[in-house]
Design a protein around this ligand. Structure first.
Ligand SMILES: [Zn+2]
Length: 407
């Protein structure tokens, strides 16, 4: 396989998680009687541009289950993050009624509704019909399409170039990252700004977040690699910020290569930090598999110990992260009796691969497990707060990443 950015042959493995079903392919009761499809889950690193990327395999296009949708607005922490960003960027760029804000992967309007409230024109790009419909009810115009160079050029021709293009947690999910970036270039006004937020591969490595690896997540990005991808498309990065979201993300600010934005000192500082950690050599990538295996083994040993001691273990959050972890560890309902999730669409179904039943959060009250494993560790504080009543009844909270922690 060749690198998705620079097209050199990929020779180095970063992480091999064996085979797993698509992380969003929740199984219905009827589905339990049918065979389930597993796909390779392997990540390589390019030794030229250092793009960390999932390996291609046949049938990748079957992955995107059309009836599944993630609604961004279900997380209150994420909603306030979006509101703060909208206020900050409106002031920083001086956006007003004459501006245009485009969000790529606008989901259910969790972000753009803030611009609508300020009277700033906006346009969402969102291929998922169910989420787009929710956004449209909030008076957000939505184009129901995938974003790329073709759509970027179409927007430019229709006089819909943007003062701001925002993309939150979409850049890493794009299969053709070069085409997507050329689309950003085409849809951006000459003095416009692009902001992209994505998990920082530097933090992924530092905190052993191997469970954020799943099929739909094509790229694991450093500032260095994104700078290269931007430059090749005629764009450049003029600022960068670190964010606590998703276990450590960065927000990059991009513009046309010849635009008049001064490059902030933060850009050079972060590039230097990445280089210091070995991210522009094989050194930074080579012990990740061993650390991932260690975290997986610790969780498995804990679950077996509790089963032998007659204790009950449940989990919270039927999200992609949890599926990667549980499938890599080979956990089944004998070790973890159920998973709770607030999303009604998942309740009554089963986790892909592990077939652990998904129940509403009210099941926790009824069953009061000895241990509750919080699978989406990035919102563990939020989950703990919502489940204080369990703590009072003796339930202990567990997280598995970066290392097993019980409290
Ligand atoms: Zn490359």
């Amino acid at each position: 396989m060749k690198c998705r950015h620079c097209a050199v042959e990929l020779r180095y493995a970063f992480l091999d998680l064996g085979f797993a079903p698509p992380s969003n392919a929740y199984v219905s009761c009827d589905g339990l009687k049918k065979p389930e499809k597993y796909y390779p889950l392997k990540v390589n690193v390019c030794d030229q541009c250092w793009l960390v990327q999932t390996e291609d395999y046949t049938g990748a296009d079957e992955l995107f289950c059309p009836d599944y949708a993630y609604f961004s607005s279900t997380s209150t922490g994420w909603l306030s993050h979006a509101a703060r960003y909208a206020q900050m960027i409106t002031e920083r760029l001086g956006l007003d009624k004459k501006s245009l804000v485009i969000e790529v992967a606008s989901n259910d309007g969790y972000l753009l509704k803030n611009f609508v409230a300020s009277g700033i024109p906006c346009l969402g790009i969102e291929p998922t019909a169910s989420t787009a419909a929710v956004a449209e009810k909030l008076s957000i115009p939505v184009m129901q399409m995938f974003f790329g160079e073709a759509l970027g050029k179409q927007l430019a021709q229709n006089d819909q170039q943007a003062d701001l293009i925002a993309g939150n947690n979409v850049y890493a999910h794009v299969p053709d990252i070069n085409d997507f970036t050329r689309g950003l270039k085409a849809a951006l006004k000459p003095d416009g700004t692009i902001t992209l937020e994505f998990p920082h591969v530097m933090r992924l490595i530092e905190h052993t977040q191997f469970d954020t690896v799943y099929h739909e997540h094509f790229s694991y990005l450093s500032l260095y690699t994104v700078s290269r991808i931007f430059n090749k498309a005629g764009l450049r990065i003029y600022d960068v910020e670190e964010l606590p979201t998703h276990g450590g993300s960065i927000r990059v600010y991009g513009c046309h290569v010849d635009a008049e934005f001064d490059t902030s000192v933060a850009v050079a500082a972060m590039l230097a930090e990445e280089a210091k950690r070995g991210l522009q050599s094989l050194l930074g990538y080579q012990d990740f598999q061993a650390r991932a295996d260690h975290a997986k083994d610790e969780l498995l040993a804990f679950l077996i110990e509790q089963k032998r001691a007659g204790k009950t273990v449940a989990a919270y959050g039927a999200a992609a992260k949890g599926n990667t972890l549980l499938n890599y560890a080979g956990v089944k309902p004998d070790l973890m009796s159920f998973v709770c999730d607030a999303a009604e669409a998942k309740q009554g179904k089963f986790m892909p691969g592990s077939h652990i039943p998904i129940l509403p959060p009210s099941a926790l009250l009824a069953r009061c497990p000895d241990y509750l494993v919080i699978l989406p560790w990035n919102i563990s504080a939020e989950v703990r707060e919502q489940n204080m009543h369990l703590e009072k009844r003796g339930t202990k909270f567990v997280t598995a990443i970066p290392a097993l922690a019980i409290s």
